[in-house]
Design a protein around this ligand. Structure first.
Ligand code: AHR
Length: 659
């Protein structure tokens, strides 16, 4: 017994007080941030496979390849999406009229899966016919088409038609082809193709694998719809939630502000159909057990694009419609089914309230332009909905004058939470001396000195933006894990967090790193995803004090890159210890679990990688780096249970011990 207590000379001794419960950990502590960037909505999570399905893109036929005799008309059945295509007989039986759609970087289909093709159509002369095909133009086989359906368009009036087609193949870049069969004219509007097997099998549903990955993250919070998308490049292109509800056929198109944001990555076909709109966001939050946190426009366009040009923002005396949008949203989410906006929710299939508790007003805004505009929003929301918690913002910086000014204003306006954003390099996450000189308290030390009486923190967007390495490499994820021990240790002030951004299509990204990547048929979870998941699934209910040499374990001098935090989980009765070794050597540790005695077995989960620190998961190797389960025997010391271990270099290990 005495032997097992021997602690090597270099072992790092940590003390955990298991007897005294510290601050409660909020259920919202580890959340997700969804923004339609990187083709996250259309072409990503939203299950629709047809691009420009309503012919509303400014170039009406973008994404379509028409042939034969066709016309784009603008007196369709949907007021806010009036365009449609008319196909006519091209005058000869050997000619064809039709069109094919490219999807988003192709249409992804899976072998054996059913797909629901639907279209609004009319045949002015009656008795129209169309043929619908899945085609592969890159095929070396005889036939381009590999699935086909015929639809009779019997009505002279607009009507919805649909057919389910099975794909005999898995293919990443199919096309959807529709053409006239016979001589009668057919008009087509809102041409749609969805997998039948969406998340929760909803017709206007989400891509199953991607939505499941969100659920598997066990998020406590879902912030949506952005990000800079809330603001738009200009006010005309801001996100307007009221345009995103009701029948999908009549949701007007909006430009996606990430179309041309980065001169080195243009995406002229990036628009928002709003098929994934606010109702769907609330429903998704409910499905995955996350508190919804919608963010609304504060009467400002993106300050990065417009800086402090007052003319780009709403005049102070004209903010009322924007304030009303906030109040109406709260009624939409929470109001009774017979209230004006609650009725719209009920008509969409959710008579029960969504029980929304938080609202964000403004994304990354700064300076008096924002502070002055925010005031009337706060006043109006407090007056009508005193229980709703208001999330303000401290702007795009993690420190500095603008950030300080933002926090001071949020305190003065008594915001409940302040949304902080930080995309910072490795040294920031490690709080190296040079980083501390440049940034002040950073890394795992960041929240130790925060004011306990002010608004709570929502670390709403953060990621390690490696210096010259802005991708999801392993090293960045481990540094994020180390930093997160500091958030956890400070759970009395940090109430919510979210890594950013969430999704990226491998062929359509504008911003890296991102949590989840995909093409049209496959996906992979980044290592950062696993880090977030390890925290979210083991967040516990209360912080426990954990120290090394009476100091927090935060990679301080003499701590050899170790970061650690401990929580107690009242539901499982477990003590959960998280240790991150950010150094390039394995580190021996000894953790004294003061307050419990005797031998124990800890369950362990380890994220560790022996290859290059630049490695990452990929579509071809989605599970190259994943956490692994294990166990460890803890010893019975004289006074307490003792955990002795060697934490591998650049690794994250957590231990779960029954109290
Ligand atoms: O997540 C990408 C962008 O980063 C967000 O839109 C914005 O809030 C931040 O600048």
């Amino acid at each position: 017994m005495a032997l097992s207590l021997t602690v090597s000379a270099q072992s790092h001794v940590m003390e955990v007080n298991t007897k005294k419960l510290g601050a409660p950990i909020q259920p919202t502590m580890y959340g997700l941030f969804f923004e339609d960037i990187n083709y996250a909505a259309d072409g990503g999570l939203y299950g629709e496979l047809v691009k420009n399905r309503s012919f509303e893109f400014p170039d009406r036929l973008m994404g379509w390849e028409p042939f034969g005799k066709f016309e784009v008309e603008d007196d369709g059945p949907f007021e806010r999406c009036p365009h449609y295509v008319k196909l006519e007989w091209p005058g000869h039986k050997e000619r064809r009229s039709g069109l094919s759609n490219d999807g988003f970087f192709g249409i992804g289909l899976k072998q054996g899966e059913d797909y629901r093709f639907s279209v609004w159509a009319k045949a002015p002369q009656g008795n129209g016919k169309i043929i619908v095909q899945f085609i592969d133009r890159a095929t070396m086989g005889e036939k381009q088409e590999f699935a086909e359906a015929k639809i009779d368009i019997a009505s002279k009036d607009w009507k919805k038609y649909q057919v389910v087609m099975k794909s005999p193949r898995t293919i990443d870049k199919a096309q959807l082809r529709i053409f006239l069969d016979g001589q009668n004219t057919v008009c087509l509007e809102h041409v749609s193709l969805f997998p039948v097997n969406t998340f929760k099998n909803r017709e206007n549903g989400m891509r199953r694998d991607l939505a499941q990955a969100l659920a598997d993250e066990h998020p406590g919070l879902l912030r949506f719809p952005g990000g800079c998308i809330v603001e738009g490049v200009d006010l005309a292109t801001r996100y307007q939630w009221k345009n995103t509800i009701g029948p999908v056929e009549n949701r007007p198109l909006n430009e996606n502000r990430w179309e041309y944001t980065f001169p080195y990555r243009f995406y002229p076909d990036y628009f928002q159909t709003y098929g994934l709109g606010f109702f769907e966001f609330f429903q998704l939050s409910e499905d995955i057990g996350a508190e919804p946190l919608p963010v609304l426009n504060v009467g400002m366009s993106c300050q990065f694009q417009n800086w402090n040009d007052e003319s780009a923002h709403v005049p102070y005396d004209q903010l009322q419609p924007y304030i009303q949008d906030c109040l109406d949203l709260i009624e939409f989410a929470n109001g009774p089914a017979d209230s004006e906006w609650g009725k719209k929710r009920a008509e969409m299939g959710h008579p029960e309230p969504f029980n929304m508790k938080y609202i964000g007003v403004g994304n990354e805004q700064w300076d008096d332009l924002y502070f002055k505009r925010l005031e009337p929003f706060v006043k109006a929301i407090r007056a009508k909905y005193p229980n709703i918690q208001i999330v303000g913002t401290s702007g795009p910086d993690s420190e500095g004058e603008m950030f300080q000014k933002g926090w001071a204003a949020m305190k003065a306006q008594k915001a409940d939470l302040v949304d902080e954003h930080f995309y910072r390099p490795e040294n920031w996450f490690l709080a190296t001396p040079d980083a501390k000189e440049k940034y002040g308290n950073c890394g795992a030390l960041r929240y130790d000195s925060y004011d306990r009486k002010g608004p709570k923190v929502f670390a709403g967007e953060y990621a390690c933006h490696g210096k010259g390495k802005k991708w999801n490499h392993y090293e960045a994820s481990i540094l994020e894990a180390g930093f997160m021990t500091g958030m956890e240790r400070n759970a009395d002030v940090v109430f919510m967090t979210a890594y950013a951004p969430l999704f990226a299509h491998v062929e359509g990204w504008q911003w890296r790193p991102d949590l989840i990547w995909y093409d049209n048929t496959r996906m992979f979870k980044s290592v950062s995803y696993y880090v977030q998941q390890m925290y979210a699934m083991n967040k516990g209910t209360n912080v426990l004090s954990m120290t090394m040499g009476k100091q927090p374990v935060a990679g301080l001098e003499g701590q050899d890159g170790l970061h650690a935090s401990t929580v107690f989980d009242a539901k499982s009765g477990e003590i959960i210890i998280k240790v991150v070794n950010t150094s390039k050597q394995a580190q021996p540790i000894t953790v004294n679990l003061n307050g419990i005695k005797g031998e124990r077995t800890a369950q362990t989960i380890t994220l560790c990688h022996n290859g290059s620190m630049d490695d990452e998961n990929t579509l071809d190797q989605p599970e190259k780096i994943t956490p692994k389960d294990g166990s460890l025997k803890l010893e019975a010391g004289k006074k307490n249970t003792v955990l002795n271990d060697e934490v591998p270099a650049m690794s994250f290990r957590l231990y779960k011990v029954k109290k």
